[in-house]
Design a protein around this ligand. Structure first.
Ligand code: HEM
Length: 218
């Protein structure tokens, strides 16, 4: 127990915990975005995807609890690293500087994290826990949401913040886990950026389609 506490309290431990939780959350985001591409094939396809997911139910609940725990740990350690970095000046270099230097993604990690946090709270409240009339399908609910220009705007800003967070995070986690090497650093950096841009583009395409196309999720 003391070893665990000491590990969690150390800078290295915090970085490893951020990396492992960040990688797991990123894995979920990738699966989520892939699943959501069912939206491109219309309401029937999206509803059937959602129904299949719910068939996994007892397992799905366990998965959701694990995801929530990972998220809470990631946010708590992220906030703690940010505060430590902000107020412990002499440690600033060790905590925040990566060998790759400062990029827009790296200096905004905490702020993009806060946007993601607010968005996930809103998303769960409006989609997962909303009391929709019995006959409303998930496709109808999503269409109604994304057809509002305000919600579409909020969605676009939030998923762009998510893409920015991932553009640094997907590279940085390898540094934290000690799995990076100068020989393939550029490849890792470009791969992380490409994956983040791809995820961002797919997510952003949903509100854009909802705004410009009458046949969206019909
Ligand atoms: C689904 C949502 C999220 C995903 C996929 C995600 C992913 C990641 C990844 C992969 C990293 C890199 C870890 C490393 O450098 O080893 C990271 C770092 C970070 N995340 Fe997240 N994150 C998410 C949500 C959040 C939220 C809600 C916050 C809230 C504040 C947050 C704050 C941070 C911070 C501050 C760092 C940088 C820590 C540091 O190295 O100084 N993240 N995230």
């Amino acid at each position: 127990m003391r070893i665990v506490r000491r590990f969690c309290g150390s800078s290295v431990g915090k970085k490893v915990i951020m990396a492992v939780t960040g990688m797991s959350l990123a894995g979920f985001v990738l699966v989520h975005v892939l699943g959501n591409t069912a939206i491109y094939f219309g309401a029937e396809s999206f509803n059937s995807y959602a129904a299949h997911l719910h068939e996994l139910d007892p397992l799905l609940k366990v998965f959701e609890v694990v995801l929530l725990l990972l998220f809470v740990v990631h946010v708590s350690f992220g906030v703690s690293l940010f505060i430590r970095n902000r107020f412990a000046r002499p440690q600033r270099y060790a905590v925040s500087q990566s060998s790759g230097g400062r990029t827009l993604g790296s200096v905004t990690m905490f702020y993009t994290g806060l946007i993601i946090l607010a968005f996930i709270a809103y998303h769960l409240w409006s989609v997962s826990f909303s009391s929709r009339p019995f006959m409303t399908s998930i496709a109808d609910l999503i269409r109604a949401h994304l057809q509002s220009p305000y919600v579409a705007g909020l969605y676009m800003v939030s998923v762009s913040a998510m893409a920015l967070h991932l553009s640094h995070g997907l590279w940085s986690l390898w540094q934290s886990l000690g799995g990076s090497h100068p020989a393939y650093d550029t490849l890792l950096r470009r791969g992380a950026l490409a994956l983040a841009v791809l995820v961002g583009c797919v997510f952003v395409s949903f509100p854009i389609l909802a705004q410009v196309w009458d046949g969206f999720l019909r």
